[in-house]
Ligand binder design. Structure first.
Ligand code: NAD
Length: 421
């Protein structure tokens, strides 16, 4: 198999819907609410004209899908990539609704994307795409409406451009219009590390259930971007042994443990983990099947499928990425007794600190990093307990438990609000 398993067995939306169906059935969800929550509230498609550096006019397709605003403004990242599809954004938007509900923060769910290849674009072209995309969806976003954040191939700089474009249109600076901004523009301390830190906290909680120490735990991290690199760094600092990492260009494995600070330096220079001299080179899909106790898929969706789930050796799966496991693979992992910390819990650290950022921007009062980290830990540990206890009580696996808990919370607020006619 090559770098990417291109034969997707289920799309992101189909995976989300399959899990939603199981959870809704187990909850006995009202038929009308089932129909309403299975689809997004609103889907926006835009065609963005951009003058390229060459002077040529090009047109890019972009999406913003708002799944639910039942519990508050919708919240979710914006990704750039050549393979972005509306179906994927639709599935990820719904997952954001469930994620925010699992950690019980007052947001609904959304997601956005632009079909483009950021690696082929100059900074100027990226800025013009970002600003025009923002202008096209401007009427539908804002601190009380829908609050974007970074995702794959977008970063603090992208958020700064979105915040500035939004602010120029409304004629005053609105820092709470996006999260994941640079700290000097109203970003939160701890946001950059938050998703990776959340993965570590979730893993710590899982280890407690197995009575394992961090020091005796070997970890493989798949994907070395914002989420994967921070997870690997923080886990290494707290005693875990990181034995393998991979990104789209390839991987590196060392059963004695990788020198993570040296790896981080190497990536800063070369932009990839591939070729790092501190271990053996390995294919980026094959690394998923190497010996370890914990696997952190932190790259992209549908990397663990019915085609490789049998061969996963990890006992604990901490889903840093969104939707890295397909529903058929879920069943195989469950049969093999793998303890899965599902994406909507394991990677919820990012949206939780995004919520803190939004709160701080609205207050105009900024917290210390220690404060942010402590509040994050409190929310994630109690959400982890909620999900695991819910699963035990209803005799379902962690993923279905997380979905059930989330759907129940969203449905409850919808019943309280009623349907506006
Ligand atoms: P990123 O763009 O910073 O990094 C992605 C990494 O994955 C890169 O190292 C890339 O080379 C690697 N990658 C991509 N496709 C791959 C493949 N097929 N095989 C191996 N490696 C591959 O993105 P990110 O922000 O770190 O997001 C990663 C995942 O985490 C995504 O699923 C995203 O939706 C999810 N997520 C991100 C955040 C966040 O705060 N950034 C929060 C929650 C969830």
């Amino acid at each position: 198999m090559g770098a990417v398993d291109t034969q997707k067995e289920l799309s992101v939306y189909e995976s989300m819907a399959a899990r939603f169906d199981i959870a809704a059935r187990k909850l006995g969800l009202d038929e009308g609410l089932y129909k309403y929550l299975r689809m997004p509230n609103r889907e926006i498609i835009v065609h963005i004209p951009v003058v390229m550096d060459s002077g040529r006019l090009d047109v890019f397709d972009g999406f913003r899908v708002q799944h639910s605003i039942a519990r508050g403004p919708s919240k979710g990242g914006i990704r750039f990539g050549p393979d972005v599809t509306l179906d994927e954004i639709r599935g990820l938007a719904a997952e954001m609704t469930w994620k925010c509900a699992v950690v019980n923060i007052p947001f609904g769910g959304a997601k956005g994307g632009v079909i483009c290849d950021p690696h082929q674009l100059s900074q100027g072209e990226l800025e013009r795409i970002t600003r025009r995309y923002t202008a096209e969806i401007l009427d539908y976003i804002g601190p009380e409406r829908d609050v974007p954040a970074p995702d794959m191939n977008t970063n603090e700089q992208t958020m700064a451009w979105i915040m500035d474009t939004y602010s120029m249109h409304v004629r005053h600076t609105v820092t709470a219009s996006v999260t994941g901004k640079p700290i000097d523009l109203g970003g939160s301390r701890g946001r950059r590390e938050a998703t990776g830190r959340g993965c570590m906290i979730a893993c710590d909680e899982a280890l407690k259930r197995f009575g394992r120490s961090r020091e005796s735990t070997r970890v493989i991290v798949h994907g070395f971007g914002n989420v994967g690199s921070q997870a690997a760094r923080l886990m290494h600092e707290t005693g875990y042994k990181i034995v393998g990492v991979a990104d789209i260009a390839g991987g590196v494995y060392n059963p004695r443990g990788l020198d993570v600070p040296a790896l981080v330096e190497y990536v800063a220079e070369t932009k990839t983990v591939s070729g790092f001299p501190g271990g053996e080179p390995i294919d980026c899909l094959a690394i998923l099947e190497q010996d370890c106790e914990v696997l952190v898929p932190a790259a992209t969706e549908s990397v663990i499928t019915s085609r490789n789930a049998e061969r996963i050796k990890a006992r604990i799966l901490v889903e840093g990425a969104n939707s890295p496991t397909t529903p058929p693979a879920d069943e195989i992992l469950f049969d093999h007794g793998v303890f899965v910390v599902p994406d909507i819990l394991a990677n919820a650290g990012g949206v939780t600190v995004s919520y803190f950022e939004w709160v701080q921007d609205r207050q105009g009062y900024f917290w210390t990093e220690a404060d942010v980290n402590e509040r994050l830990k409190h929310i994630l540990v109690s959400s982890f307990d909620d999900v695991v206890r819910y699963g035990e009580k209803h005799n379902v696996n962690n993923r279905i438990a997380a979905y059930m808990l989330a759907i129940d919370r969203v449905a409850f607020t919808m019943k309280l609000r009623g349907i506006y006619a």
